[in-house]
Design a protein around this ligand. Structure first.
Ligand code: ACO
Ligand code: LMR
Length: 608
């Protein structure tokens, strides 16, 4: 491995397995360092293609998503770092595929638990082909002010605190990712900061070793001193001891191998990392520290003295004129995410919707303040739900029962009415449920099912003005307006609509007052004297009866009644009810599997 720098301020990476947070952290780091372009140029997410939106500073950018490693490498031939966030199950195969791409030079494997035999193959392939593997079981690495892998160094606040947005003079390598964060802090405190930091990962067989990186740092002119944090278990540190003994490292090395406490335990101890277990004496932290010390590294007597040793070494280099401490720079300011800023009280954002009927912020939705579960537990029905969601109050039982009777009686009227006809045609034309349903619903209007509000409006106006029925009918005739709620294709004076009779009967025996429907009946007597089909139809019956419900229940002010009639709530009853029938017609046609609708050619009259 050896040679020098792995990354630069123009390094481009491909990110395997979409993870929003680490990618955004990389892009935030890029922006903080004043990079001109983002370091992540492509995302590989097996099975999906397109773009992922992320931020580069204040600008929202679209990063291409590729479904295969090959496609991503072909599309981004200048990207030479492959950051692998695959799970431990697929990390080895995808890392090997990444290593095999001629454009890829460095592969970082984040997953913990990759089988050791697989890692050995990756190491072998990387060695033969002069490529670098960082990990597995690592957080990655960072070149201060230039490039960062995934979550390395934690939050932006920590990165700023550790001055990682600009290069310092220290090369740092450790096994542990968590401890490397700690050391970034320590090093920033007592030196001019990190030049490059690598966490090689805690596995028994890391893709690259401590000494691999130390030897590399030795070749990087900007690195003036090297800090190493090893840990008990394994023999990786001895290759560093060898390199020191052979005089391959000319820069001062300050090292500490943690895990000296393992001796306090009577039996073998396994720490967090797979590789961190006390084996034989050679693998103990004490032995490794001693060997490093003897080979010429600066090794303190305890971890607590590590910071002091780093400081002393750094100051000595300054004294010797080997380090000119870097000039401080002011990092770019990263805009805060809106949600974070709102949470901390630094920003506010206007909402776009006001709602007054339901609330989904608690444990369960509430309808006009009533929790769903209490609606079910109290044995309430759909009439109560309508009364809560449409009228925002709990209406008495006779009202909600009346609403339910309206829904039941308007649910369907057979296949020959406009709505059912359209739905049937649409379903037979092979369309889906929603298309078939809405094609029927779209016919609801003044001639079909949508005359309830009109009826309520005209009957109320005429009644409240004290117009006699014949005055009302004749005034409408004069204006050329058909009275909504009067007239039917099928029903006649001598063959009434049963639904109308049913609703009237219910209201007469349950409503405190039925003045509006009685007025409508008087209007009907007059229109029937003109033509036998001018009956009070179901729309007219519901319109006038609802006026009685609103006025007689004592639960609505005059103003509220005018608003309900003015907005036009009541056609909603027919829309809701007829949806039941139209859905039924759709299922029926699908079940019957009849051929595509046959156009009734003979029904067309052609004119010139
Ligand atoms: N008010 C006054 N006169 C009427 C009304 C009415 N609502 N409806 C029909 N007429 C008159 C017509 O002007 C016509 O008079 P004319 O012979 O002097 O020209 C005569 O009655 C026959 O009219 P048609 O259009 O043939 O009546 P048809 O039976 O075809 O129409 C319909 C039935 C569409 C319901 C009609 O009565 C109407 O438009 N009513 C008003 C709207 C309405 O209530 N729609 C809801 C119907 S119920 C439901 O859909 C669930
Ligand atoms: C219905 O309920 O569908 C009918 O009353 C409507 C109509 O147009 O006849």
């Amino acid at each position: 491995m050896a040679t020098g720098q792995l990354f630069s301020k123009t390094t481009q990476a491909l990110f395997y397995n979409y993870k929003q947070l680490p990618i955004q952290r990389m892009l935030d780091f890029d922006f903080l360092c004043g990079r001109e372009t983002p370091s992540v140029v492509g995302i590989i997410n097996p099975g999906s293609e397109g773009f992922q939106k992320l931020f580069f500073g204040q600008e929202e950018i679209a990063i291409p998503v590729h479904s295969t490693i090959e496609a991503a490498c072909a599309a981004h031939p200048t990207a030479d770092v492959f950051i692998n966030f695959a799970s431990f199950r697929s990390a080895a195969a995808s890392s090997m595929a990444g290593l095999k791409q001629p454009t890829i030079r460095v592969v970082a494997i984040i997953a913990e638990g990759v089988p050791e035999s697989d890692t050995k193959q990756l190491i072998g392939y990387a060695k033969e082909n002069n490529k670098v593997v960082i990990g597995p079981a690592t957080v990655g690495g960072i070149q201060a002010g230039a490039f960062k892998i995934g979550d390395t160094a934690g939050t932006i606040d920590n990165i700023i605190h550790c001055k990682l947005y600009r290069p310092g003079s220290v090369g740092f390598v450790s096994k542990s990712g968590g401890m490397s964060n700690e050391l970034y802090n320590t090093i920033a405190r007592v030196t001019d900061g990190i030049y490059e930091g690598i966490a090689i990962g805690g596995d028994v067989f890391p893709g690259s070793s401590l000494s691999d990186h130390v030897l590399r740092f030795n070749n990087i002119p900007q690195v003036k001193m090297i800090v190493v944090l090893g840990e008990l278990g394994g023999r990786d540190e001895y290759s560093l001891v060898e390199a020191l003994k052979q005089g391959k490292i000319s820069k001062p090395v300050v090292a500490w191998v943690s895990g000296t406490c393992a001796r306090l335990f009577k039996s073998e101890v396994q720490f967090g990392h797979a590789g961190a277990k006390s084996g034989d004496e050679m693998e103990s932290a004490q032995a490794k520290n001693q060997a490093l010390r003897e080979a010429g590294a600066v090794v303190p007597t305890s971890y607590e003295a590590f910071e002091g040793a780093i400081k002393e070494t750094f100051e000595k280099l300054i004294e010797e004129g080997k380090i000119t401490p870097v000039k401080e720079v002011i990092p770019s300011q990263i805009p805060e995410d809106l949600n974070t800023a709102i949470k901390s009280g630094k920003a506010r954002a206007p909402t776009h919707i006001i709602t007054t009927i339901s609330d989904d912020r608690g444990e369960e939705p509430t309808y006009a303040g009533v929790p769903m579960s209490s609606i079910v537990e109290q044995g309430l029905g759909v009439g109560d739900v309508i009364s809560l969601l449409w009228f925002k109050r709990s209406l008495p039982h006779y009202c909600t029962r009346f609403i339910e009777i309206c829904i039941m009686s308007c649910a369907d009227h057979g296949p020959r009415v406009s709505g059912a006809h359209n739905t049937i045609v649409t379903a037979r034309a092979g369309k889906d449920l929603v298309s078939s349903l809405v094609s029927g619903l779209l016919t609801i209007g003044p001639r079909f099912g949508g005359a309830i509000d009109g009826a309520a409006r005209y009957f109320k106006d005429a009644h409240d003005k004290g117009l006699r029925p014949y005055e009302f009918v004749e005034s409408m005739k004069k204006k050329g307006i058909r009275i909504p709620g009067i007239g039917h294709k099928k029903y006649r004076g001598d063959s009434r609509d049963k639904r109308v009779e049913l609703l009237q009967r219910f209201a007469r025996s349950n409503f405190p007052s039925v003045k509006y429907v009685e007025y409508a009946v008087e209007v009907e007597s007059y229109t029937l004297s003109k033509a036998n089909n001018l009956v009070l139809n179901i729309d007219g019956a519901i319109g006038s009866l609802f006026l009685d419900l609103l006025a007689g229940s004592g639960m609505f002010t005059k103003q509220e009644i005018d608003e309900i009639v003015g907005i036009g709530y009541l056609n909603g009853l027919f829309v809701l009810a007829r949806s039941i029938g139209l859905i039924g017609h759709t299922f029926d046609q699908k079940r019957l599997k009849q051929p595509l609708y046959l156009h009734p050619w003979e029904d067309v009259l052609y004119t010139k």
